[in-house]
Design a protein. Structure first.
Length: 575
């Protein structure tokens, strides 16, 4: 069937004309429908395929739990139920419209660059084949992905459905009462990410309606989206000094479309045009792109590993020396205070307690203000044990404030992990759930920076969805794989430097995404001496702390103080 051309509105200005040309060149984007099932899936697949016309213009990929030990005749059975071409998926096969691809036995099926990829599976392992396929489909195709979960036992497919929805795709589930086994569709529905819950016979008509709507109101062209993103990044970098272009594209687009919806703009290029003259909207977007998701003792396993393995070893090794911890991307400070509590618990009452410092850094000034304040809502009661709540917090009305003996260990300051010099001589770096938002090349560079920041034998803690690339295992050894705890290896490898956009170099100023709420006369970075306050920022003290991450301190500031405190200023022109 020939590609259909988009039905485009008349071009009313140059941007519309350019977009019309790009869309016409690219043709209609293919909708790829991923369908997962398990027990009772054969009947559901047959009922799904029967009503589909031979020229729907969509592509279908069926993923079912098959016995890896036996040859499957699933394609032969399903071929009798439809006029569409049905075949087993082959590695590297391009996905074409009006074809049905079926997962073969003994393999996991993924999508990469619009092609199918077969991956051998561990026959003894837990095989969540539907989750794996739908997640890869969502990441590869974004808004061109459709996820459907049909009859089956267990919960496979729930995570994948959520991924499709989060990446802008469409989601369906079979009505549980219509399924032979309701567990899988019920689990998908329970995520709150399923848009349409229908008997399986009615899903094809809903899909055809969705495809028809897209033809009347097509998505932005690939070229237009890329151009709009480039313009948006340039505007944000020029205004804030921070470069978000190396964040994962899917993450950026998700947050960008939230702002597009709020401002009523239809395309990324239209939104970029709006940004040009709206500083307030630039700050709102920057706030959305700055991911502030944290809590006390977030995930039990890593903090249990810190309590059992990491902190006792650090304290044993550094009995009479400073203990130094760094939490980049600390947001509003909960993780910094969590580690401070663990240190207090193991050092209070000991005859010789080492000097301890925990540095929390972020690019979001408003989050840092909240962190320095150390005041949190009653949600703390659900995150912290009653014993720790009584010991480390003071209740004031409906809020809880971290006690002074914990706050005294913590220093919060502005620092951009991607562009500023790294901290150094750290015993522990907790960089959790930050790498997952960065492109792979940048992830690799950050891992090298964190290796540089650690003392010999220092520990690195990552998020549960993050790990060290096999190529970087020469830098770190695994201490606890489940908790994502790694130990620094002694390797002479300097971190590579990636180019910083000219706009970011010229500005290099804090990202003030919201006016800081002030206490007293002003809000300063913890640890900043009064005599180093300046119009554009302050240089951090070295002294005992040995901090090496100054922010936008004028090169001509207080030279005598800088020599006395060994201040390292990184602003342009500093000597």
């Amino acid at each position: 069937m020939p590609d259909r051309l988009f039905e485009l509105p008349e071009a009313s200005h140059p941007l519309d004309a350019q977009e019309a040309e790009w869309r016409a060149r690219e043709g209609e984007r293919l909708l790829i429908v991923g369908i997962g099932a398990s027990a009772g899936g054969l009947d559901a697949f047959e009922r799904f395929l029967r009503p589909l016309p031979a020229d729907s213009g969509l592509a279908y990929v069926l993923v079912q739990h098959l016995d890896p030990e036996h040859e499957s005749i699933l394609t032969e059975i399903l071929g009798r139920a439809t006029h569409l071409s049905v075949e087993f998926a082959k590695d590297g096969q391009r996905i074409e419209r009006d074809h049905v691809y079926v997962i073969p036995p003994g393999a996991s099926l993924l999508v990469e660059g619009g092609a199918l990829r077969l991956v051998p599976i561990d026959r003894k392992g837990n095989r969540l084949l539907v989750n794996a396929f739908l997640t890869s489909l969502a990441e590869d195709q974004r808004e061109n992905a459709v996820g459907i979960v049909l009859s089956g036992s267990g919960s496979d497919g729930a995570f994948g459905i959520a991924a499709v929805k989060k990446h802008g795709g469409s989601t369906f589930a079979q009505l549980p009462a219509d399924a032979r086994y309701e567990s899988m569709p019920a689990a998908a529905i329970a995520t709150g990410m399923v848009e349409h819950v229908l008997p399986v016979d009615e899903i094809p008509a809903a899909l055809l309606k969705l495809a028809s709507e897209r033809r009347r109101h097509p998505p932005e062209s690939v070229r237009g989206e890329a151009e709009g993103l480039r313009q948006t990044f340039e505007i944000v970098t020029r205004s804030t000094g921070h470069d978000f272009s190396r964040y994962k594209r899917s993450t950026v687009l998700r947050r960008l479309r939230r702002r597009m919806s709020a401002t009523g703009t239809a395309t990324v290029r239209d939104y970029a045009t709006l940004l040009e003259g709206d500083e307030d909207e630039i700050r709102r977007l920057a706030e959305d792109l700055t991911i502030n998701v944290t809590s006390f003792f977030r995930d039990v396993e890593p903090f249990d590993a810190l309590e059992r393995i990491v902190i006792p070893e650090i304290l044993e090794r550094r009995r009479t020396e400073d203990v130094r911890v760094w939490v980049p991307g600390c947001s509003s400070g909960e993780e910094v205070y969590t580690i401070a509590m663990l240190l207090r618990e193991q050092t209070d009452g000991t005859p010789q307690r080492p000097h301890m410092q925990i540095f929390g850094t972020d690019i979001d000034t408003s989050a840092l203000v909240e962190a320095r304040r150390g005041q949190y809502t009653s949600v703390v009661e659900r995150q912290v044990s009653p014993e720790r709540l009584a010991r480390f917090f003071t209740k004031r009305g409906d809020s809880y404030t971290v006690t002074k003996n914990v706050r005294d260990l913590c220093i919060f300051t502005l620092h951009d992990l991607l562009t500023d010099p790294p901290f150094s001589r750290m015993d522990l770096v907790s960089c959790r759930n930050l790498l997952i938002y960065l492109e792979p090349v940048l992830q690799k560079r950050v891992v090298e920076l964190l290796h540089y920041a650690l003392r010999p034998g220092g520990y690195l803690l990552l998020g549960k969805a993050e790990t060290i690339d096999p190529g970087d295992l020469e830098l770190f050894e695994v201490v606890d794989k489940g908790a994502r705890v790694f130990r620094r290896r002694e390797v002479d490898r300097r971190p590579r430097i990636l180019p910083i956009p000219a706009a970011a170099r010229a500005l290099a100023r804090p990202l003030e995404v919201a006016p800081p709420r002030r206490r007293g006369r002003e809000v300063r970075g913890a640890g900043a001496p009064k005599s180093t306050r300046h119009r554009r920022g302050w240089a951090m003290r070295a002294g005992r702390s040995g901090i090496t991450g100054a922010r936008t301190c004028p090169a001509t500031c207080h030279p005598r103080l800088a020599r006395r405190r060994r201040t390292w200023c990184t602003s342009p022109g500093a000597s």
